[in-house]
Ligand binder design. Structure first.
Ligand SMILES: Nc1ncnc2c1ncn2[C@@H]1O[C@H](COP(=O)(O)OP(=O)(O)OP(=O)(O)O)[C@@H](O)[C@H]1O
Length: 354
């Protein structure tokens, strides 16, 4: 029995815009049904990657296949398999949102009557059915995000691409959207998520790729990535020893052991596994423990570390920049009725209007 192809099969994908290398040999496999996160600082190449998948940007080299279909040679099949909720608002703002959905369905070949039913269904699904006769302009920021998701769902795509879906939305809506996309994933849709909210990736994704300067730095589960960072084991001692014995000697997970007054701090990978050995050694030395706490590295710290550049800066700035940038991303653009505001060119080989 032949195995079905993965949702995304990306091999040495490259993109140059004049003298800017946006993608520098990206290879990735996203299994069907997975919830996959694409993390990267500003300018890492995430939008370029997505735009190549949906045919808005022409690749300079390599291969990209969606459920086995080449994104350029089989543009139409690829495009029909993907629902994209883009980062920026690019909606025809003069029509009631229900009509916008019907047009989109019609463009994808869905007959008018079915398109109406589908439009109602997805508006209900994202919770803005009562706004169906409202123009996009008149929706609140959060409703606009919900609408973009409805538009991505109108064709019942197998692959849902969410580009910063919760940028600039409040905590409650973010949680609602998380719940909704988790349900969609449970129903079998493959989800590709880009986000600046590391917590979002950690909560939702089975696997994440860290992209930086157009290259994949790591592909792993959030837990595996955290195992690569360092934890801190902080031990409060009853009586600090006059000289610190040689603790955890030869354990290559351990980066540092520091004593400051009553407080012993061990910096180590897999802190949870190192701690029991530390406790045994302290016990053997007759050093009494009053308190012990392990602070696990955060995915955010691992992310910042992995995308730190040689000049000591991260491309992402610090973690707080990461979040505030995302908040600012909800601006309108003037481009309308297109899935991406940064379309370099349209590459539908069939010449079809998108
Ligand atoms: N149409 C374009 N023409 C020229 N350069 C571009 C174009 N689009 C993107 N770039 C450049 O390609 C690089 C990758 O940009 P891209 O938008 O793909 O990154 P990103 O990871 O999506 O960033 P962000 O998180 O800020 O949205 C950047 O250096 C960007 O300036």
């Amino acid at each position: 029995m032949s195995q079905s192809p993965p949702a995304l099969d990306i091999d040495d994908l490259r993109k140059e815009y004049d003298d800017v290398t946006a993608l520098d040999g990206v290879s990735l496999t996203v299994p069907e049904g997975s919830f996959f996160g694409l993390l990267g600082p500003n300018g890492a190449g995430k939008t370029t990657f997505i735009n190549i998948l949906v045919g808005l940007v022409r690749k300079s080299g390599g291969h990209a296949r969606v459920f086995g279909h080449d994104v350029e040679a089989d543009y139409r099949k690829t495009r029909n398999a993907i629902g994209l909720a883009p980062q920026e608002f690019n909606v025809d703002r003069f029509f009631p949102i229900r009509e916008v959905l019907e047009h989109k369905a019609g463009y994808h070949g869905i007959p008018a009557e079915e398109a109406q039913d589908r439009a109602d269904e997805v508006l209900k699904q994202v919770g803005i059915y009562d706004k169906r006769d409202t123009r996009f302009d008149w929706l609140s920021g959060g409703m606009k995000r919900r609408f973009l998701l409805a538009r991505a769902l109108i064709t019942d795509p197998d692959l849902l691409i969410l580009d910063e879906p919760t940028a600039g939305v409040d905590v409650q809506l973010r949680r609602d959207l998380w719940e909704l996309v988790t349900e969609l994933n449970d129903q079998g849709k493959t989800i590709l998520l880009t986000t600046h909210y590391i917590e979002e990736a950690e909560r939702l994704c089975d696997e994440v790729a860290i992209l930086d300067s157009g290259q994949v730095r790591a592909v792993a589960t959030p837990e595996e990535l955290k195992d690569r960072g360092t934890d801190q084991i902080v031990v409060e001692l009853r009586e600090p020893p006059a000289t610190l014995p040689d603790l955890l000697a030869g354990d290559d997970r351990v980066e540092a052991v520091d004593l400051d007054g009553h407080q012993l701090t061990v910096t180590a990978r897999n802190g949870g596994l190192v701690a029991p050995q530390l406790v045994r050694e302290l016990d053997r030395e007759g050093i009494e423990i009053v308190d012990l706490e392990i602070t696990r590295t955060s995915l955010e710290e691992v992310f910042v570390e992995m995308t730190r550049h040689d000049d000591g800066d991260t491309a992402a700035g610090d973690a707080s920049d990461v979040d505030s940038d995302a908040d600012a991303a909800g601006d309108d653009t003037d481009i309308e009725d297109d899935d991406s505001p940064r379309a370099e060119q349209q590459v539908a080989p069939d010449g079809g209007q998108r």
